[in-house]
Design a protein. Structure first.
Lengths: 254, 305
Protein backbone atom coordinates (compact mmCIF):
# COMPACT_ATOMS: atom_id res chain seq x y z
CA UNK A 1 0.00 0.00 0.00
CA UNK A 2 1.02 3.61 -0.43
CA UNK A 3 2.73 5.10 2.56
CA UNK A 4 2.98 8.60 1.30
CA UNK A 5 1.11 10.73 3.80
CA UNK A 6 2.02 10.77 7.45
CA UNK A 7 -0.84 11.21 9.90
CA UNK A 8 1.42 11.24 12.94
CA UNK A 9 5.15 11.66 13.24
CA UNK A 10 6.81 10.83 16.53
CA UNK A 11 10.45 11.74 17.01
CA UNK A 12 12.40 10.64 20.08
CA UNK A 13 9.43 10.69 22.41
CA UNK A 14 10.39 10.29 26.05
CA UNK A 15 7.97 10.28 28.95
CA UNK A 16 8.63 10.04 32.64
CA UNK A 17 6.39 10.03 35.67
CA UNK A 18 8.48 11.73 38.35
CA UNK A 19 11.94 10.23 38.03
CA UNK A 20 10.76 7.00 36.45
CA UNK A 21 11.06 7.03 32.68
CA UNK A 22 8.35 4.90 31.08
CA UNK A 23 8.90 5.64 27.38
CA UNK A 24 12.53 5.66 26.35
CA UNK A 25 12.74 7.48 23.07
CA UNK A 26 10.27 6.28 20.46
CA UNK A 27 10.60 7.33 16.83
CA UNK A 28 8.04 6.18 14.29
CA UNK A 29 5.42 7.38 11.84
CA UNK A 30 1.79 6.46 11.41
CA UNK A 31 0.42 6.74 7.90
CA UNK A 32 -2.94 8.00 6.85
CA UNK A 33 -5.71 5.42 6.47
CA UNK A 34 -3.77 2.61 8.05
CA UNK A 35 -4.71 0.59 11.06
CA UNK A 36 -1.67 0.78 13.28
CA UNK A 37 -1.52 -1.96 15.88
CA UNK A 38 0.38 -1.58 19.14
CA UNK A 39 0.89 -4.73 21.15
CA UNK A 40 2.85 -5.35 24.29
CA UNK A 41 2.43 -6.53 27.87
CA UNK A 42 1.08 -4.39 30.70
CA UNK A 43 3.27 -1.49 31.86
CA UNK A 44 4.92 -1.15 28.49
CA UNK A 45 3.71 2.41 27.96
CA UNK A 46 0.91 1.87 25.46
CA UNK A 47 -1.73 3.95 27.20
CA UNK A 48 0.78 6.64 28.15
CA UNK A 49 1.77 6.89 24.50
CA UNK A 50 -1.85 7.55 23.51
CA UNK A 51 -2.21 10.15 26.24
CA UNK A 52 0.81 11.96 24.82
CA UNK A 53 -0.86 12.15 21.42
CA UNK A 54 -3.83 14.25 22.51
CA UNK A 55 -1.93 15.89 25.34
CA UNK A 56 -4.25 14.67 28.07
CA UNK A 57 -0.93 13.73 29.66
CA UNK A 58 -0.85 17.43 30.62
CA UNK A 59 -3.38 16.64 33.33
CA UNK A 60 -0.86 14.32 34.97
CA UNK A 61 1.18 16.74 37.05
CA UNK A 62 4.09 14.34 37.57
CA UNK A 63 4.55 13.60 33.87
CA UNK A 64 7.29 15.19 31.78
CA UNK A 65 7.35 14.68 28.03
CA UNK A 66 10.22 15.39 25.67
CA UNK A 67 10.62 14.83 21.96
CA UNK A 68 8.38 15.88 19.11
CA UNK A 69 4.95 14.72 18.04
CA UNK A 70 3.47 16.06 14.85
CA UNK A 71 -0.15 15.45 14.02
CA UNK A 72 -1.01 16.31 10.43
CA UNK A 73 2.38 17.96 10.16
CA UNK A 74 2.02 20.40 13.04
CA UNK A 75 3.84 20.11 16.35
CA UNK A 76 1.28 19.43 19.06
CA UNK A 77 3.24 21.39 21.64
CA UNK A 78 2.93 24.52 19.55
CA UNK A 79 -0.75 24.08 18.86
CA UNK A 80 -2.83 27.16 19.54
CA UNK A 81 -6.02 25.28 20.21
CA UNK A 82 -5.55 22.26 22.42
CA UNK A 83 -9.27 21.47 22.25
CA UNK A 84 -9.17 21.33 18.45
CA UNK A 85 -6.22 18.92 18.69
CA UNK A 86 -8.19 16.68 21.03
CA UNK A 87 -11.17 16.76 18.70
CA UNK A 88 -8.89 15.71 15.87
CA UNK A 89 -8.05 12.55 17.81
CA UNK A 90 -10.83 10.25 18.99
CA UNK A 91 -10.05 8.25 22.12
CA UNK A 92 -11.72 5.06 23.29
CA UNK A 93 -10.75 3.94 26.78
CA UNK A 94 -10.33 0.30 27.89
CA UNK A 95 -13.40 0.30 30.10
CA UNK A 96 -16.54 1.79 28.62
CA UNK A 97 -17.27 5.17 30.15
CA UNK A 98 -20.82 6.16 29.45
CA UNK A 99 -21.12 9.66 30.81
CA UNK A 100 -24.03 9.97 33.23
CA UNK A 101 -26.09 11.66 30.55
CA UNK A 102 -28.67 10.41 28.07
CA UNK A 103 -27.51 8.43 25.03
CA UNK A 104 -28.20 11.44 22.86
CA UNK A 105 -26.31 13.81 25.15
CA UNK A 106 -23.37 11.41 25.35
CA UNK A 107 -22.84 11.65 21.62
CA UNK A 108 -23.83 15.31 21.35
CA UNK A 109 -21.50 16.31 24.17
CA UNK A 110 -18.42 16.85 22.02
CA UNK A 111 -20.13 18.83 19.23
CA UNK A 112 -21.86 20.92 21.88
CA UNK A 113 -18.65 21.66 23.73
CA UNK A 114 -17.17 22.91 20.47
CA UNK A 115 -20.03 25.35 20.15
CA UNK A 116 -22.57 23.55 17.97
CA UNK A 117 -26.10 24.20 19.18
CA UNK A 118 -28.46 23.68 16.23
CA UNK A 119 -30.69 20.75 16.96
CA UNK A 120 -30.90 19.50 13.37
CA UNK A 121 -27.10 19.37 13.09
CA UNK A 122 -26.80 17.59 16.42
CA UNK A 123 -29.51 15.12 15.43
CA UNK A 124 -27.72 14.18 12.26
CA UNK A 125 -24.36 13.83 14.01
CA UNK A 126 -25.88 11.61 16.69
CA UNK A 127 -27.55 9.41 14.09
CA UNK A 128 -24.43 9.14 11.92
CA UNK A 129 -22.12 8.29 14.79
CA UNK A 130 -24.43 5.76 16.37
CA UNK A 131 -24.83 4.10 12.98
CA UNK A 132 -21.08 4.04 12.47
CA UNK A 133 -20.62 2.47 15.89
CA UNK A 134 -23.26 -0.20 15.06
CA UNK A 135 -25.47 0.92 17.92
CA UNK A 136 -28.19 2.89 16.16
CA UNK A 137 -30.61 0.01 15.60
CA UNK A 138 -30.53 -0.96 19.27
CA UNK A 139 -31.04 2.47 20.79
CA UNK A 140 -32.85 4.61 18.24
CA UNK A 141 -36.13 4.37 20.14
CA UNK A 142 -34.63 5.33 23.49
CA UNK A 143 -32.11 8.03 22.74
CA UNK A 144 -33.17 9.97 25.81
CA UNK A 145 -32.64 7.20 28.32
CA UNK A 146 -29.44 7.04 30.29
CA UNK A 147 -26.26 6.03 28.53
CA UNK A 148 -25.04 4.38 31.71
CA UNK A 149 -28.04 2.05 31.73
CA UNK A 150 -26.80 0.28 28.59
CA UNK A 151 -24.97 -3.03 28.77
CA UNK A 152 -21.17 -3.05 28.79
CA UNK A 153 -20.84 -3.84 25.10
CA UNK A 154 -23.40 -1.22 24.14
CA UNK A 155 -21.66 1.35 26.33
CA UNK A 156 -18.38 0.62 24.61
CA UNK A 157 -20.01 1.22 21.24
CA UNK A 158 -21.50 4.38 22.69
CA UNK A 159 -17.97 5.42 23.66
CA UNK A 160 -16.87 4.78 20.09
CA UNK A 161 -19.81 6.82 18.80
CA UNK A 162 -18.77 9.63 21.13
CA UNK A 163 -15.19 9.42 19.92
CA UNK A 164 -16.46 9.72 16.34
CA UNK A 165 -18.83 12.58 17.11
CA UNK A 166 -16.18 15.26 16.79
CA UNK A 167 -15.16 13.95 13.37
CA UNK A 168 -11.63 12.91 14.29
CA UNK A 169 -8.95 12.32 11.70
CA UNK A 170 -7.38 9.70 13.94
CA UNK A 171 -9.13 7.18 16.16
CA UNK A 172 -7.23 5.65 19.06
CA UNK A 173 -8.65 2.50 20.58
CA UNK A 174 -7.08 1.48 23.85
CA UNK A 175 -7.85 -2.19 24.44
CA UNK A 176 -11.45 -1.50 23.53
CA UNK A 177 -12.51 -5.12 23.71
CA UNK A 178 -11.50 -6.16 27.22
CA UNK A 179 -14.95 -5.47 28.66
CA UNK A 180 -17.08 -6.84 25.84
CA UNK A 181 -18.05 -10.22 24.47
CA UNK A 182 -16.49 -11.77 21.35
CA UNK A 183 -19.56 -11.28 19.17
CA UNK A 184 -19.71 -7.56 19.86
CA UNK A 185 -15.96 -7.38 19.41
CA UNK A 186 -16.26 -8.85 15.93
CA UNK A 187 -19.02 -6.39 15.08
CA UNK A 188 -16.85 -3.49 16.17
CA UNK A 189 -13.90 -4.88 14.25
CA UNK A 190 -16.06 -4.83 11.13
CA UNK A 191 -16.93 -1.23 11.92
CA UNK A 192 -13.24 -0.41 12.16
CA UNK A 193 -12.54 -1.94 8.77
CA UNK A 194 -15.25 0.34 7.36
CA UNK A 195 -13.90 3.39 9.17
CA UNK A 196 -10.36 3.06 7.92
CA UNK A 197 -11.50 4.29 4.53
CA UNK A 198 -12.03 7.67 6.14
CA UNK A 199 -9.68 7.88 9.09
CA UNK A 200 -6.47 6.56 10.58
CA UNK A 201 -6.83 4.06 13.40
CA UNK A 202 -4.42 3.30 16.20
CA UNK A 203 -5.30 0.03 17.84
CA UNK A 204 -3.73 -0.75 21.18
CA UNK A 205 -4.53 -4.29 22.14
CA UNK A 206 -3.62 -7.08 24.49
CA UNK A 207 -5.12 -9.58 22.11
CA UNK A 208 -2.31 -10.17 19.67
CA UNK A 209 -4.69 -11.97 17.32
CA UNK A 210 -6.82 -8.85 17.10
CA UNK A 211 -3.85 -6.90 15.85
CA UNK A 212 -3.17 -9.71 13.42
CA UNK A 213 -6.73 -9.56 12.11
CA UNK A 214 -6.94 -5.81 11.73
CA UNK A 215 -3.63 -4.01 11.64
CA UNK A 216 -1.64 -3.12 8.56
CA UNK A 217 1.46 -2.56 10.57
CA UNK A 218 2.12 -3.58 14.13
CA UNK A 219 4.50 -2.27 16.73
CA UNK A 220 5.67 -4.43 19.59
CA UNK A 221 6.24 -2.17 22.57
CA UNK A 222 8.01 -3.57 25.57
CA UNK A 223 8.96 -1.63 28.70
CA UNK A 224 8.78 1.66 26.87
CA UNK A 225 10.96 0.56 23.97
CA UNK A 226 9.93 -0.32 20.47
CA UNK A 227 11.16 -3.88 20.03
CA UNK A 228 9.96 -4.19 16.49
CA UNK A 229 7.78 -2.29 14.05
CA UNK A 230 6.91 -3.87 10.76
CA UNK A 231 4.03 -4.96 8.62
CA UNK A 232 1.66 -7.22 10.48
CA UNK A 233 2.47 -10.25 8.31
CA UNK A 234 6.12 -10.07 9.29
CA UNK A 235 5.43 -9.50 13.00
CA UNK A 236 3.20 -12.55 13.09
CA UNK A 237 5.33 -14.67 10.77
CA UNK A 238 7.71 -17.38 11.90
CA UNK A 239 10.69 -15.11 11.49
CA UNK A 240 10.20 -11.56 12.79
CA UNK A 241 13.40 -9.58 13.09
CA UNK A 242 13.52 -9.88 16.85
CA UNK A 243 13.10 -13.22 18.59
CA UNK A 244 11.32 -11.46 21.50
CA UNK A 245 8.53 -10.57 19.11
CA UNK A 246 8.13 -14.19 18.10
CA UNK A 247 8.05 -15.26 21.73
CA UNK A 248 5.50 -12.61 22.69
CA UNK A 249 3.01 -13.12 19.89
CA UNK A 250 3.19 -16.87 20.37
CA UNK A 251 2.60 -16.58 24.10
CA UNK A 252 6.00 -17.86 25.17
CA UNK A 253 6.57 -14.82 27.36
CA UNK A 254 4.56 -11.75 28.22
CA UNK B 1 -23.69 -37.10 36.38
CA UNK B 2 -25.10 -38.61 39.57
CA UNK B 3 -23.25 -37.99 42.80
CA UNK B 4 -21.04 -40.89 43.65
CA UNK B 5 -20.52 -40.01 47.27
CA UNK B 6 -21.05 -42.94 49.55
CA UNK B 7 -21.46 -40.72 52.61
CA UNK B 8 -24.91 -40.11 53.96
CA UNK B 9 -25.99 -36.56 52.95
CA UNK B 10 -26.52 -35.55 56.58
CA UNK B 11 -23.04 -36.75 57.40
CA UNK B 12 -21.44 -34.64 54.76
CA UNK B 13 -22.63 -31.43 56.37
CA UNK B 14 -21.61 -32.16 59.94
CA UNK B 15 -19.96 -29.12 61.42
CA UNK B 16 -16.34 -29.49 62.26
CA UNK B 17 -15.03 -28.02 65.48
CA UNK B 18 -13.47 -25.18 63.49
CA UNK B 19 -16.79 -24.24 61.94
CA UNK B 20 -18.53 -24.31 65.31
CA UNK B 21 -15.92 -21.99 66.76
CA UNK B 22 -16.10 -19.70 63.77
CA UNK B 23 -19.86 -19.39 64.10
CA UNK B 24 -19.68 -18.73 67.81
CA UNK B 25 -17.18 -15.89 67.34
CA UNK B 26 -19.33 -14.58 64.54
CA UNK B 27 -22.44 -14.37 66.72
CA UNK B 28 -20.56 -12.85 69.66
CA UNK B 29 -19.05 -10.06 67.55
CA UNK B 30 -22.38 -9.39 65.91
CA UNK B 31 -24.16 -8.95 69.24
CA UNK B 32 -21.32 -6.85 70.60
CA UNK B 33 -21.38 -4.43 67.68
CA UNK B 34 -25.17 -4.27 67.71
CA UNK B 35 -25.11 -3.31 71.40
CA UNK B 36 -22.62 -0.53 70.63
CA UNK B 37 -24.79 0.76 67.83
CA UNK B 38 -27.94 0.72 69.94
CA UNK B 39 -26.26 2.33 72.95
CA UNK B 40 -25.43 5.24 70.63
CA UNK B 41 -29.13 6.03 70.31
CA UNK B 42 -30.02 5.75 73.99
CA UNK B 43 -28.36 9.03 75.14
CA UNK B 44 -29.95 10.85 72.24
CA UNK B 45 -33.41 9.57 73.09
CA UNK B 46 -32.83 10.32 76.78
CA UNK B 47 -31.80 13.90 76.01
CA UNK B 48 -34.79 14.51 73.78
CA UNK B 49 -37.18 12.89 76.25
CA UNK B 50 -35.70 14.80 79.20
CA UNK B 51 -35.89 18.12 77.36
CA UNK B 52 -39.46 17.60 76.23
CA UNK B 53 -40.56 16.46 79.67
CA UNK B 54 -39.23 19.60 81.33
CA UNK B 55 -40.20 21.92 78.51
CA UNK B 56 -43.80 20.75 78.29
CA UNK B 57 -45.39 23.43 80.51
CA UNK B 58 -44.01 26.21 78.27
CA UNK B 59 -44.26 24.59 74.84
CA UNK B 60 -46.88 26.19 72.64
CA UNK B 61 -47.17 28.19 69.48
CA UNK B 62 -47.36 31.26 71.70
CA UNK B 63 -43.91 30.50 73.13
CA UNK B 64 -42.42 30.63 69.65
CA UNK B 65 -44.01 33.84 68.43
CA UNK B 66 -44.19 35.81 71.69
CA UNK B 67 -41.45 38.17 72.85
CA UNK B 68 -39.75 37.69 76.25
CA UNK B 69 -41.46 39.45 79.12
CA UNK B 70 -40.70 40.42 82.71
CA UNK B 71 -36.94 40.33 82.20
CA UNK B 72 -36.93 36.94 80.42
CA UNK B 73 -39.00 35.35 83.17
CA UNK B 74 -42.09 34.99 81.00
CA UNK B 75 -43.24 35.18 77.41
CA UNK B 76 -41.58 33.59 74.38
CA UNK B 77 -38.47 33.58 72.28
CA UNK B 78 -39.43 35.20 68.98
CA UNK B 79 -36.58 37.76 68.79
CA UNK B 80 -34.01 35.05 69.44
CA UNK B 81 -35.57 32.66 66.92
CA UNK B 82 -35.63 35.28 64.18
CA UNK B 83 -32.11 36.41 65.13
CA UNK B 84 -30.76 32.90 64.70
CA UNK B 85 -32.58 32.65 61.38
CA UNK B 86 -30.91 35.89 60.26
CA UNK B 87 -27.46 34.78 61.35
CA UNK B 88 -27.69 31.34 59.75
CA UNK B 89 -29.09 32.53 56.44
CA UNK B 90 -26.64 35.42 56.05
CA UNK B 91 -23.60 33.43 57.13
CA UNK B 92 -24.40 30.58 54.75
CA UNK B 93 -25.19 33.00 51.93
CA UNK B 94 -21.59 34.14 52.34
CA UNK B 95 -19.90 30.84 53.16
CA UNK B 96 -21.63 28.54 50.67
CA UNK B 97 -20.62 30.21 47.39
CA UNK B 98 -17.11 31.01 48.58
CA UNK B 99 -16.66 27.50 49.93
CA UNK B 100 -18.02 25.72 46.89
CA UNK B 101 -15.99 27.80 44.43
CA UNK B 102 -12.85 27.34 46.52
CA UNK B 103 -13.42 23.59 46.64
CA UNK B 104 -14.00 23.41 42.88
CA UNK B 105 -10.74 25.26 42.35
CA UNK B 106 -8.82 23.05 44.76
CA UNK B 107 -10.22 19.80 43.44
CA UNK B 108 -10.55 20.48 39.72
CA UNK B 109 -8.05 23.14 38.74
CA UNK B 110 -5.23 23.22 41.27
CA UNK B 111 -2.08 21.36 40.40
CA UNK B 112 -0.55 19.16 43.05
CA UNK B 113 2.22 21.50 44.16
CA UNK B 114 3.48 22.83 47.49
CA UNK B 115 1.33 25.98 47.32
CA UNK B 116 -1.93 24.13 46.88
CA UNK B 117 -0.92 21.54 49.43
CA UNK B 118 -0.46 24.36 51.93
CA UNK B 119 -3.92 25.70 51.11
CA UNK B 120 -5.33 22.22 51.59
CA UNK B 121 -3.53 21.86 54.91
CA UNK B 122 -4.75 25.29 56.03
CA UNK B 123 -8.35 24.40 55.23
CA UNK B 124 -8.17 21.16 57.17
CA UNK B 125 -6.59 22.86 60.17
CA UNK B 126 -9.06 25.74 60.09
CA UNK B 127 -11.87 23.20 60.32
CA UNK B 128 -10.44 22.11 63.65
CA UNK B 129 -10.05 25.55 65.20
CA UNK B 130 -12.26 25.94 68.32
CA UNK B 131 -15.23 28.24 67.91
CA UNK B 132 -14.06 30.54 70.71
CA UNK B 133 -10.94 31.29 68.65
CA UNK B 134 -13.11 32.13 65.67
CA UNK B 135 -15.12 34.34 68.00
CA UNK B 136 -12.03 36.30 69.04
CA UNK B 137 -10.92 36.55 65.42
CA UNK B 138 -14.34 37.86 64.43
CA UNK B 139 -14.24 40.38 67.28
CA UNK B 140 -10.87 41.68 66.16
CA UNK B 141 -11.38 41.52 62.42
CA UNK B 142 -15.01 42.48 61.86
CA UNK B 143 -16.11 44.35 64.96
CA UNK B 144 -12.96 46.48 65.40
CA UNK B 145 -10.68 46.38 62.35
CA UNK B 146 -13.43 46.48 59.71
CA UNK B 147 -15.53 48.72 61.98
CA UNK B 148 -18.75 46.81 61.47
CA UNK B 149 -19.26 47.09 65.21
CA UNK B 150 -21.29 44.63 67.25
CA UNK B 151 -23.77 43.74 64.56
CA UNK B 152 -25.54 40.98 62.68
CA UNK B 153 -23.04 41.49 59.87
CA UNK B 154 -20.04 40.88 62.11
CA UNK B 155 -21.64 37.84 63.70
CA UNK B 156 -22.69 36.35 60.35
CA UNK B 157 -19.22 36.92 58.90
CA UNK B 158 -17.68 35.23 61.92
CA UNK B 159 -20.01 32.26 61.52
CA UNK B 160 -19.18 32.20 57.81
CA UNK B 161 -15.45 32.05 58.54
CA UNK B 162 -16.14 29.25 60.99
CA UNK B 163 -18.23 27.13 58.61
CA UNK B 164 -16.19 27.84 55.48
CA UNK B 165 -13.42 25.25 55.97
CA UNK B 166 -15.93 22.50 56.66
CA UNK B 167 -17.94 23.41 53.57
CA UNK B 168 -14.75 23.37 51.50
CA UNK B 169 -13.76 19.98 52.89
CA UNK B 170 -17.17 18.38 52.36
CA UNK B 171 -17.52 19.85 48.87
CA UNK B 172 -14.09 18.56 47.90
CA UNK B 173 -15.05 15.14 49.13
CA UNK B 174 -18.23 15.22 47.05
CA UNK B 175 -16.31 16.34 43.95
CA UNK B 176 -13.62 13.72 44.47
CA UNK B 177 -16.27 11.00 44.55
CA UNK B 178 -17.02 11.62 40.87
CA UNK B 179 -14.95 8.97 39.06
CA UNK B 180 -11.88 10.23 37.21
CA UNK B 181 -12.70 8.39 33.94
CA UNK B 182 -15.74 10.67 33.51
CA UNK B 183 -13.46 13.68 33.44
CA UNK B 184 -10.97 11.99 31.15
CA UNK B 185 -13.73 11.04 28.75
CA UNK B 186 -14.78 14.68 28.55
CA UNK B 187 -11.24 15.97 28.10
CA UNK B 188 -10.64 13.41 25.37
CA UNK B 189 -13.41 14.86 23.24
CA UNK B 190 -12.03 18.35 23.57
CA UNK B 191 -14.09 19.73 26.44
CA UNK B 192 -12.45 22.32 28.64
CA UNK B 193 -12.19 21.87 32.39
CA UNK B 194 -15.10 24.22 32.93
CA UNK B 195 -17.32 22.40 30.43
CA UNK B 196 -16.43 19.16 32.16
CA UNK B 197 -17.23 20.58 35.59
CA UNK B 198 -20.55 21.99 34.46
CA UNK B 199 -21.76 19.02 32.44
CA UNK B 200 -20.52 16.09 34.48
CA UNK B 201 -18.73 16.84 37.75
CA UNK B 202 -21.16 19.18 39.52
CA UNK B 203 -24.42 17.47 38.45
CA UNK B 204 -23.05 14.23 39.89
CA UNK B 205 -21.82 15.65 43.17
CA UNK B 206 -24.56 18.19 43.88
CA UNK B 207 -26.26 15.99 46.49
CA UNK B 208 -23.05 15.72 48.50
CA UNK B 209 -22.32 19.42 48.10
CA UNK B 210 -25.78 20.50 49.29
CA UNK B 211 -25.79 18.06 52.18
CA UNK B 212 -22.44 19.40 53.34
CA UNK B 213 -23.75 22.95 53.27
CA UNK B 214 -27.03 22.20 55.00
CA UNK B 215 -25.31 20.32 57.80
CA UNK B 216 -23.46 23.53 58.58
CA UNK B 217 -26.79 25.15 59.37
CA UNK B 218 -26.96 23.24 62.62
CA UNK B 219 -23.44 24.24 63.47
CA UNK B 220 -24.04 27.92 62.77
CA UNK B 221 -27.31 27.85 64.71
CA UNK B 222 -25.84 26.08 67.70
CA UNK B 223 -22.61 27.97 68.31
CA UNK B 224 -22.78 30.49 71.13
CA UNK B 225 -19.32 31.98 71.46
CA UNK B 226 -18.92 33.47 67.96
CA UNK B 227 -22.22 35.33 68.08
CA UNK B 228 -21.86 36.33 71.72
CA UNK B 229 -18.57 38.08 70.99
CA UNK B 230 -19.62 39.79 67.80
CA UNK B 231 -23.28 40.67 67.62
CA UNK B 232 -25.75 38.81 69.80
CA UNK B 233 -27.27 40.62 72.76
CA UNK B 234 -29.02 39.78 75.95
CA UNK B 235 -32.23 41.55 74.99
CA UNK B 236 -33.59 43.40 72.01
CA UNK B 237 -37.07 44.84 71.83
CA UNK B 238 -39.00 43.32 68.93
CA UNK B 239 -42.68 43.20 68.04
CA UNK B 240 -44.46 39.89 68.57
CA UNK B 241 -44.24 37.77 65.40
CA UNK B 242 -42.48 40.53 63.42
CA UNK B 243 -40.78 38.98 60.40
CA UNK B 244 -37.98 41.46 59.63
CA UNK B 245 -37.16 43.14 62.91
CA UNK B 246 -33.42 43.61 62.45
CA UNK B 247 -31.08 45.68 60.29
CA UNK B 248 -27.70 44.33 59.23
CA UNK B 249 -25.82 46.85 61.35
CA UNK B 250 -27.88 46.16 64.46
CA UNK B 251 -27.35 43.64 67.17
CA UNK B 252 -29.78 40.79 67.51
CA UNK B 253 -30.81 38.05 69.86
CA UNK B 254 -29.91 34.43 69.10
CA UNK B 255 -31.33 31.17 70.37
CA UNK B 256 -28.03 29.74 71.56
CA UNK B 257 -27.14 32.93 73.42
CA UNK B 258 -30.69 33.24 74.79
CA UNK B 259 -30.51 29.70 76.13
CA UNK B 260 -27.25 30.52 77.83
CA UNK B 261 -28.63 33.66 79.47
CA UNK B 262 -31.95 32.26 80.67
CA UNK B 263 -30.23 29.17 82.00
CA UNK B 264 -27.40 30.90 83.86
CA UNK B 265 -27.69 34.69 84.00
CA UNK B 266 -31.28 35.43 85.00
CA UNK B 267 -32.45 34.53 88.50
CA UNK B 268 -35.88 33.01 89.19
CA UNK B 269 -36.71 32.01 85.64
CA UNK B 270 -39.57 29.59 85.25
CA UNK B 271 -37.90 26.19 85.02
CA UNK B 272 -39.55 25.21 81.76
CA UNK B 273 -38.33 28.25 79.78
CA UNK B 274 -34.69 27.23 79.21
CA UNK B 275 -35.86 23.70 78.37
CA UNK B 276 -38.41 24.97 75.89
CA UNK B 277 -35.76 27.20 74.31
CA UNK B 278 -33.52 24.17 73.95
CA UNK B 279 -36.36 22.20 72.39
CA UNK B 280 -36.97 24.92 69.80
CA UNK B 281 -33.26 25.06 68.95
CA UNK B 282 -33.02 21.28 68.77
CA UNK B 283 -36.16 20.90 66.68
CA UNK B 284 -35.16 23.58 64.18
CA UNK B 285 -31.79 21.89 63.74
CA UNK B 286 -33.33 18.43 63.42
CA UNK B 287 -35.85 19.78 60.94
CA UNK B 288 -33.10 21.24 58.77
CA UNK B 289 -31.10 18.02 58.97
CA UNK B 290 -34.14 15.97 58.06
CA UNK B 291 -34.57 18.27 55.08
CA UNK B 292 -30.96 17.62 54.14
CA UNK B 293 -31.49 13.87 54.31
CA UNK B 294 -34.67 14.08 52.24
CA UNK B 295 -32.89 16.20 49.65
CA UNK B 296 -30.01 13.76 49.54
CA UNK B 297 -32.33 10.80 49.05
CA UNK B 298 -34.22 12.63 46.33
CA UNK B 299 -31.04 13.58 44.50
CA UNK B 300 -29.57 10.10 44.95
CA UNK B 301 -32.58 8.67 43.20
CA UNK B 302 -31.95 11.06 40.35
CA UNK B 303 -28.26 10.30 40.24
CA UNK B 304 -27.44 8.69 36.99
CA UNK B 305 -24.80 6.10 37.70
Amino acid sequence: MEHSEKAIEIIDLRLSYGVKEVIHGLTFDIYRHEIFGIIGPAQSGKTSLLRCLNRTIDFESSATVSGTIRVDGSDIRRTKDIYALRRKIGMVAPLPVGLPLSIYDNVAFAPRSSGLTKKADLDSIVERCLKQAALWEEVKDRLHTLGTALSGGQQQRLTIARALSHQPRILCLDEFSIAIDPVTTMRIEDVLKELRKEITIILVTNLTQQARRLADRTMFLWNGDCVELDSTEIIFSDRPANSKTYEYVNGIFG
Amino acid sequence: MPMTNNLDPAQRFTKTEFVVRKERIQSITKVLFAVMAISMIIPLLLIIGYLFYHALPSLSWEFLVEVPKKGMRDGGIWPAFVGTLYLVVISLAIAAPVGVFAAVYLNEYAKDNWFNRIIHLAVINLAGVPSIVHALFGLGAFVYAAEFGYSILSAALTLAIMTLPVIIASTREALASVPMPFREACWNVGASRWQTIRAVVVPNSISGILTGIILQVSRAAGETAPVMFTGAVFYKAVERGELFPYQLNEQCMALSMHLYTVATQVPNVKESIPYATAVVLLCSVLLVNAGAIALRVWLRNHKKW
